[in-house]
Design a protein around this ligand. Sequence first.
Ligand code: 0X9
Ligand code: ZN
Length: 455
Amino acid sequence: MTPRNGRTGRIQPRSFLIQALEITVALAITLLPLSALSHSEMSDRRFVQVAAKTKYDRSAIAEAGVSIEFTRSDSVWGFATEEAIRTLEAQKIQVLGNFDEEIARGGHEGVWDFPGNDSRFHNYAETVAMLRDLNSRNADITRLVSIGKSVEGRDIWAIHINTSSEALLESKSSKPGFIIMGAHHAREHLSVEIPLMFLQHLLNNREDSRISSLLDQRDIWIIPIVNPDGKEYDIATGRYRMWRKNRRDNRDGRFGVDLNRNYGYKWGTGGSSTDTGNDTYMGPAPFSEPETQAVRDFVKSHLNAKVLLSVHTFSELILYPWGHSYDSIGNARDLQVFETMARTMATWNKYTPQQSSDLYIASGDTTDWAYGEHGIFAFTFELSPKSMWDGGFYPGQGVIDRVFNDNLRPLMYMLDVSDDPYRVVGNSPSRWLKNYVEPKMDEQLHWEKHPLPRF
Ligand code: 0X9
Ligand code: ZN
């Protein structure tokens, strides 16, 4: 039989070599895009359920390299590489479920098209446009400042609110300060919206007497996106990638450092990973990342700030230091302030107030550093939803207003007490505490009331 090209079927030695070469080149070309894909695109991440009853169990799991996203009384859920799963198994920690990471997208199958169905969420450009607009409409009391650039060169924008034009000009103030930051973690898009809405609320209601007196007497900084590269990467394809870290090229085919493990206080002392492909990769050194360096340098030069909030999602928690240790902070008065503030805010947003390490040990986070290094009363909020089954990281834009309303009072309270947080344990705690009733906390955790999902 004559082949279609008309040649005989016998392969000549020379043409065999050429063919082999051609095949190799063709294969190389075909495979190139694949091998050029970052590890993040060829993810070996799994979404796992791991047995855990206590904070000690949860810390061991975090230490093995699982980024815990959701906890219940009997187990936790999170992302893990195959290597982290092997570590768990070697330590006889029970992996109850091992799922494709797709399962972690939550129950809202139709919301991939950010910014389509989720168009209310602000991407980087829309966030900057909104900041510019608010800034230009309130130019007498605001200024837009870049506090540094991300790995990929995006500006990390901060908006400064201060009624003194001199303070705006110098980016410095002697008034007591409050700092809010969003989006350390890329996929936690709601953590951008709430600071933005708070900004809008303050500026749109600047004539309201209570707000105007606070604006007069405080120095306010809002940094809605600490991790712009990660955020953009998460939504770039129109289908959420569930990305957490920044976009550092780790030069081994893997990308990203977990910015909430990269701060320089007790860095790398537990609950963070040295594996570059892990979701909780701590980075090669404390403050190795331009994003955390920007926050470090910004905070260092704004030590008039007394209260700081780092907004994350999800689980409905109010967290305060320490996160790197089970020990309570050593200063009893400060601890009382943290506990009182957390408990008070919880009466409004109904979140669970707790020490960060009650969730799990993790070192290198923003709040341990802000308090440990500078004595700032620093909180982490894990916004709604409560669980994965209510939408996880991607609950849909329908929740934005409710989550903002839940958190408006806590935010105003933090702003209010940031002149002297110690007054929350004194006689006149806060104007925002009018009609305050000591809460009775729900004994049973919310998620216990919900049946387990079936896969
Ligand atoms: O693990 C984190 O960085 C935070 N949770 S998230 O799901 N948003 O990633 C919680 C940080 C709390 N801090 C400590 N446990 N140290
Ligand atoms: Zn987070």
